[in-house]
Write a new protein. Sequence first.
Length: 597
Amino acid sequence: MKIMKLKNIILLGVATTALTACDDLFEPALENNQDISLMFSDPGFARGIMDNANLVLPYDESPTTDVATDDAVSNDIENNYKRMTNGTYWTSQNNPINQWDTRYHAIQYLNLFLENADQVPWDYSSEALNAMHNDNYKGNAYALRGLHFFYLLRAHCGKVNGNLMGVPIHLTSEDAASNFNLPRNTFKECIDQIMSDFDEALKYLPEEYGDVNDGAVPAKYAQMGGTSDQYNRAFGKLQRGKIDGRMIAAFKAQVALFAASPAYASANAGTYEQAAQYAAASLRNAGGLAGMDPNGWRWFEDTEMIQAFAFDNPDPAEICWRGVVGDSHSLEENNYPPSLDGHGRVNPTQNLVDAFPMANGYPISHPSSGYDANNPYENRDPRLKTYILVNGETQGNKNTVINTASDNTETLDGINRENGSSTVTGYYLRKLLRSDVNLNPATDRRHFGARIRYTEIFLDYAEAANEAQGPKANVGGANFSAYDVIKAIRKRAGVGGANDPYLEECAQSQEKMRELIRNERRLELCFENHRFWDLRRWNLSLNETARGVNITTQDGVTKYDYVDVESRNYQDYMIYGPIPYTEIHKWSELLQNDGWK
């Protein structure tokens, strides 16, 4: 057992933002110190150590990385992701997606917790209740360690002399005497360790939190004399929102698909067949294809459910793991058009608008689509106007018509107005926002954060199943195929009509189905911080120029001129991120990814 001092402030959940140096981590300032042995008398202190890792999970419930892709542009010239796109701002010394310090600090706290959890007096009034609490916290700690390792690996793995490498694996806590000059583990070793942590977590956690009746207490605890009241304290509905077996099944599906993807396949750390199996196992928890939420594509618009939601409620059918559920107006303040007192920060691109098919399911470039260039937003996939605010549509609680045309002289919403808050692409964000928020005077409304949606896992399955065995094969124990998933996703959005002829066309070819699956993923998950990572794991270019639309009206005729808005200049090696410059120059055994300096 290692004894070290920790600042009491970790119990307030803010310490990790300050822990940026070894001296601070292992020898903090003398004032307000506690050493780790306090765990053995104070369960609250022990929980604070683990909660420190919970608080810094890298889930962002607003669009961030999207503006580094072809899906969006920011009108904020200081936005770090916007600045990444020119290829010079993203370096090993200046890295907006750096995860190194925060993930390793979280892992350090989790290792400390796991090494000492069995000695914590969680509740000595009952052997069974003490064991239940200990299992709950240990299960969450193992799962959290796996998650932090995954996000560390995703951000910093890369090729060294042509070989795919991971990051150093730390499974024990460290102190000032530890050896930090460690080589990187292989990519496969990292994936194996992540999956091992998830498997270990499953030994302690229930499939789903919820109250049970007498007689339904698991045998492990019943043999200790555990009662249903005790079980409900440790694993009942009041614990909802914490990691459970359903979430871990989804984590494993995400990691397996990541490992099988083209950018990482050379490491032989996983196959598409395995990824499909993990996704199928996760989807069984959602009721399979029959359990797909018919309104899941617009969960953020279910204001009645969101306003009434209590933290101990079961999650809605679309949500595998919820994030923050709370009252705010920051999303609207950042992204409403200026006429609604917003800053219009995230501007969808013409590239993304063009990716939405017609309502009949055909891409707008297809000869059977019926696309009208003079009326470009009509008869389109309903998701287009649900996710993106196009010219002439309404927003806000007063149903204000938003005019994004360049010749708009009545409001500040037109493209490229010199107010710092207007759109630069001709579009504003609608997805994730509530239409009943008023910013003047400001009114808060509850928002429902979604860390993992089951739609993502359905798309994970579709991608993996198609790559493993083609469009119509049932893979990994599922009783449905990639084709079945995409058909259901499009049908619930009102795309494709009764027969979806374009889907049938794509189903004849693995390559065409791959293209369709990737496009459906782009549409369904837009503005949820997936696109940046998807393009890179698919080993595709990030350099598509972001485009917009300049709209004018003359003599009653509306004209749409499509313009280049923002070029991208990513280098090929940026398919992988860098190891931080300071770490490379501190430790001789730690090697940088190819291309980065």
